[in-house]
Ligand binder design. Structure first.
Ligand SMILES: C[S@@+](CC[C@H](N)C(=O)[O-])C[C@H]1O[C@@H](n2cnc3c(N)ncnc32)[C@H](O)[C@@H]1O
Length: 203
């Protein structure tokens, strides 16, 4: 747990106002490969109910919807959600909600997939985020966290991700919370090396 605290950005000032909107526009481009990876790893498809935690401008939510899933995109930043709504064609497949990983605005046992892409390093309370994911997942539901690979001594933009030890710490938290089939994969999202940690709620 302390390992996760070393390199994450829970004290980030937040994505608000004009700066938040500019970051949202940037994430529209940087999030595409991670979104496709998440959809492939979770094999998302029709019948799935996906919660995209820390959805930012909603790239992964749109990928999931294009594969037939019903999606709720959750983010604490109104600026991110504003851009997400602006760039998403009117659809009944996606709804957007303001909230955080630590307090998801989603009912119990209602999601088959919860994914968190490039966002866990911002969470204030990672254990609470995992507990919330468990609360909203159906038995057997899939949790996936993807973070860019960050070297241990990284600073600045490069530190917005996980070291191997941080990916392992997240996996350990999932295991100790009772999740099963916990796996850490060394993957690529476009040109970027990422950690993809997956887990399942016991059936
Ligand atoms: C780097 S962006 C990633 C956005 C998107 N998932 C993507 O891959 O393009 C990180 C996002 O996490 C959100 N975030 C920050 N703290 C959060 C928290 N405690 N719970 C959920 N999301 C959070 C931010 O508002 C931001 O939209």
């Amino acid at each position: 747990m302390s390992d996760l605290a070393v390199n994450h950005h829970a004290d980030h000032p937040g994505f608000s106002g004009l700066t938040g909107s500019l970051f949202a526009l940037m994430f529209l481009f940087t999030g595409k490969a991670g979104a496709r990876l998440a959809a492939d790893v979770t094999a998302v498809g029709p019948g799935d109910l996906v919660v995209d935690v820390g959805c930012g401008p909603g790239t992964a939510a749109r990928v999931a919807a294009s594969r037939g899933a019903q999606v709720t995109g959750v983010d604490p930043s109104p600026s991110m959600l504003r851009v997400a709504r602006l760039v998403t064609r009117r659809t009944t497949k996606i709804s957007w909600a303001e909230g955080s990983a630590e307090k998801l605005p989603v009912s119990d046992s209602s999601a088959t997939v919860v994914w968190a892409l490039a966002t866990v390093h911002h969470w204030r309370d990672v254990a609470a985020g995992i507990a919330e994911s468990q609360r909203v997942l159906v038995p057997g539901g899939r949790l996936l966290a993807v973070e860019r690979q960050s070297p241990p001594a990284a600073s600045g933009v490069a530190s917005h991700g996980w070291t191997r030890r941080q990916a392992e710490a997240f996996a350990a938290l999932c295991r100790s919370a009772g999740m099963v089939d916990v796996d850490i994969a060394d993957r690529r999202a476009g040109r970027r090396a990422v950690w993809a940690v997956s887990a399942r709620l016991r059936s």
